[in-house]
Design a protein around this ligand. Structure first.
Ligand SMILES: Cc1cc2nc3c(=O)[nH]c(=O)nc-3n(C[C@H](O)[C@H](O)[C@H](O)COP(=O)(O)OP(=O)(O)OC[C@H]3O[C@@H](n4cnc5c(N)ncnc54)[C@H](O)[C@@H]3O)c2cc1C
Length: 805
């Protein structure tokens, strides 16, 4: 065994082997894989081996497409068989909501170039005669669906990597991982210690335990999962071609042909987290005891959907554990708080996702960043607020919801409320309907008396629609108040703070007392943040960005923080407060402070410290509503008293609280983009209009400058523009295809209903040469092509007179 390597991958399951192969593909061959037992000794060996592209997150779906297409390449390189069965698969719809869901997915697939198709019950019966289509309204057919041999596939990845020169050490458990002061790692194994620059944790079922060796908690949890294989069945073996897969969400089952019989697995409601505290080290080659009683109801339902099951005897029942993250997506990337320590775990669908995970991680390690937005599987989408209790509860919910519809407006109930601000009780008394992001509760809207305190999940306009409209009108016609706790906030101080921000951000760093908006760029010039910089003093700043990106941004900041001089603190949950916005916002603020807040004394993009009510506050004249507005920041302890002052002063001014649904509607009227929708690592400043905030000529050599200048010189081929959509009862969400002249020319990034001008709005990409006022287009919403007109003038305060006045 070698005693040093550039990279040591811990774990020889399908994911570790895929990482290994992809590292070699990107040119790193001084790489070792260390496996405790034999390859496939974790979840991998007992997987059912199914693969598919369907995923609620579009980027994840694209990576699943990549994974599936990779298998042929692996077979060609290695001469080994992955045991591929490209039989296609259909996901059944038995309710109108499921039809909406599948049609929405189909629309996204068109933009991604995936060839899925919505088909009727007759066609389903033709494809899969063993399916009883009674009550089936249709289904989404995916020709890429299929299954493979889990062991053959893992060995094919390993062989392809070995052919490139890597070393795989079997029967060698890793006992400890310790970091040296220069950031490199000692990986202590049973056969000796390996010194490596980078460590990859691909420990699968044991990834928690392997993470703990480095002192980190990785939020994943194993769940038991059962599938059964039947005896040989004439309905199967008498066919000339292999049966396609059938996913029956109503029965929470997936079915495929296995040899001359049938394999059917269940995601049952009566499920249990396995190995609650730790995964035993001596587990691996055995299966768990069958728990047929847990899946009795599911089996009974399946017998109705697939009557052949009643006659087919059960040959084998498999019960095995595999791991999930709280939202069901993998945990990939540099682990926050550690140097050169990479996560490739929490992969619940290794044969759909393993290739994409390996590809993205290898790109990240070798090239410094993945080639696409992988936030949906970034290990930094969870922060240090996450606990095993939260993970376990969410993982169980996720397992139970494996076949549930993911609605765009849905807020999942498990592990809530978790984190709240002091204002939580205030909103509760006012009939708030909450959502949660990054563990924190935030008001979505306020339910009128007589309405339920619950938003109905839907692809169409929900019961929140009218209430949201009222809140929007209150902002535009009087004054609205909402919380600003759901921004990520960072305090940067000390000598060198200004220079450091100048290098981290592409935009201008403001003078004391002023704000600026700026993108943050990756070295390749892609958007990795949209920030507001508040300069409180020459070397004292508050940076504000998306709340959900805290660990993502802190990881980046800490990678680039100088050894001394600049001090950086994440104050997101400590600096909270309220935003007030609307024509009466100035009058409201004036009633609560003795500071001069007149238009001349307190201008747009000013920031000032002042007393508001009883509290010392930092007040910024800016609002994401695009209206006259102020953000008022105080310490968390002062939040309730600030609210009391504002609410008392608001009497007679039409003050009304508003939630995030209204906020997102208001920003649409101004065509303001938002993080991970318009502003994501998939896009660049010029593509998204963020170039107007890039200070191309500033002396600082900011990260991404060369790429930004290159883009400026060469121009871009696509740009985001806005459309007014002739929608029916559903608005766009994201990734719907945009047709011009009957052909797909672009896709939607986000949108919704702009309540004040009463228009359905879509933001999305088109080739630059097509962008012109009045262009007629069509956007696919839930299977319908809706007429859309390109608009270039914001629908509210187009000249900014109100916002700046
Ligand atoms: C019953 C069942 C059915 C499934 N069906 C499907 C399916 O149809 N399709 C699909 O895509 N997925 C399916 N899965 C999920 C799939 O098995 C997993 O997504 C996949 O195997 C995860 O692979 P992995 O490499 O991350 O983890 P594992 O397979 O768990 O591999 C981790 C490896 O790390 C090694 N290791 C751990 N700690 C150490 C250490 N300290 N030192 C050295 N080595 C170590 C282990 O020995 C192991 O070999 C199923 C799972 C189960 C249980």
């Amino acid at each position: 065994m070698k005693t040093s390597a550039q990279v040591v991958v811990i774990g020889g399951g399908v994911v570790g082997c895929s990482v290994l192969y992809h590292l070699t593909k990107f040119g790193w061959t001084d790489v070792m894989l260390v496996e405790r037992s034999e390859l496939t000794s974790g979840s991998t060996w007992h997987a059912a081996g199914g693969f598919h592209t369907l995923n609620a997150d579009t980027n994840m779906a694209a990576l699943q497409g990549y994974t599936i297409r990779l298998y042929r390449e692996l077979e060609e390189i290695t001469g080994l068989s992955c045991g591929l069965h490209h039989v296609g698969g259909v996901t059944l719809a038995t309710t109108p909501e499921r039809v909406d869901h599948l049609k929405a997915e189909r629309a996204k697939h068109r933009y991604m170039g995936l060839e899925t198709e919505f088909i009727g019950p007759e066609e389903i019966a033709k494809l899969s005669p063993i399916t009883n289509t009674e009550g089936v309204l249709g289904g989404l057919y995916d020709p890429l669906d299929g299954h493979l041999d889990p062991s053959g596939t893992t060995h094919a990845y390993a062989k392809a990597a070995r052919m490139a020169g890597v070393e795989i050490v079997l029967r060698n458990p890793v006992k400890a991982t310790t970091q040296r002061s220069d950031g490199t790692w000692d990986i202590v194994t049973e056969q000796g210690t390996i010194h490596a620059e980078h460590v990859v944790n691909a420990g699968g079922l044991w990834a928690r335990e392997v993470g703990a060796m480095a002192g980190v908690y990785l939020p994943l949890h194993p769940m038991e999962h059962q599938y059964l294989v039947t005896e040989e069945t004439p309905e199967v073996y008498e066919r000339e071609s292999e049966l396609p897969h059938v996913m029956d969400p109503e029965g929470e089952s997936y079915l495929r042909q296995e040899g001359r019989g049938i394999c059917i697995g269940f995601y049952e409601q009566n499920c249990d987290p396995w190995a609650v505290d730790w995964t035993p080290w001596d587990f691996g080659h055995e299966l768990l005891e069958n728990k047929m009683e847990r899946i009795e109801d599911s089996v009974a339902f399946a017998c109705k959907r697939f009557p052949v099951l009643e006659r087919a005897g059960v040959k084998t029942v498999i019960n095995g554990p595999f791991t999930f993250a709280p939202d069901g997506n993998p945990l990939v990337g540099p682990v926050p708080g550690l140097r050169n320590y990479w996560s490739a775990c929490g992969v619940m669908a290794g044969f759909s996702q393993g290739g994409g995970v390996g590809l993205s991680l290898a790109e990240w390690m070798v090239e410094g960043e993945p080639s696409r937005d992988v936030f949906a599987m970034d290990v930094a989408r969870f922060g240090d607020w996450i606990t095993p209790g939260y993970t376990r509860t969410k993982v169980r919910e996720n397992y139970q919801r494996r076949f549930s519809i993911s609605y765009p407006n849905e807020e999942l109930p498990a592990a809530r409320p978790f984190q709240t601000t002091p204002a939580y009780g205030i909103w509760n008394e006012q009939r708030a309907v909450f959502g949660a992001a990054y563990g924190m509760e935030a008001v979505n809207y306020f339910a009128p008396e007589g309405e339920p305190l619950f938003e109905t999940p839907s692809f169409r306009r929900s019961n929140a629609f009218d209430a949201t409209g009222e809140e929007v009108r209150a902002v535009r016609e009087a004054v609205g108040i909402n919380e600003i706790h759901n921004f990520g906030k960072y305090r940067v101080t000390g000598p060198g703070a200004r220079d450091w921000i100048d290098r981290m951000m592409a935009g201008r760093v403001p003078k004391p007392g002023r704000l600026s908006l700026t993108p943050m760029l990756s070295p390749k010039g892609r958007l990795i943040g949209d920030f507001t910089i508040s300069c409180l003093e020459e070397e004292t700043f508050q940076l504000t960005a998306s709340f959900g990106a805290q660990a993502y941004h802190m990881r980046w900041f800490l990678q680039h923080l100088p050894e001394s001089g600049v001090s950086l603190e994440n104050v997101s949950t400590r600096r909270i407060g309220f935003q007030i916005a609307g024509p009466n916002a100035r009058a409201l603020l004036a009633r609560t402070t003795r500071a001069d807040v007149s238009a001349d004394a307190f201008k747009f993009m000013d920031v000032k410290e002042m007393d508001v009510g009883l509290t010392r506050a930092v007040v910024q004249r800016v609002s994401y509503t695009g209206d006259l507005g102020y953000e008022i920041y105080v310490g968390a302890d002062d939040q309730r008293s600030l609210y009391a002052a504002l609410s008392e002063a608001g009497e007679g001014l039409g003050l009304r609280p508003f939630g995030m649904r209204a906020m997102m509607s208001l920003r649409l009227e101004k065509f303001f983009g938002s993080w991970l929708r318009e502003f994501s690592p998939d896009y660049t400043p010029m593509e998204t209009g963020m170039d107007r905030f890039v200070s191309y000529n500033k002396p600082a050599d900011f990260i991404g400058k060369a790429a930004a200048l290159k883009e400026k010189a060469e121009g871009v081929s696509r740009r985001i523009c806005a459309f007014a959509v002739d929608a029916a009862d559903a608005d766009v969400v994201a990734y719907e295809p945009i047709y011009v002249g009957g052909e797909i020319k672009g896709f939607v990034t986000s949108g919704g209903y702009a309540h004040y001008p009463r228009k359905s709005i879509a933001l999305g990409f088109l080739p630059v040469e097509m962008i012109a006022e009045g262009l007629a287009a069509e956007i696919e919403i839930l299977g319908d092509l809706r007429p859309a007109t390109l608009i270039t003038t914001p629908l509210f305060d187009a000249d900014g007179a109100r916002m700046r006045g």
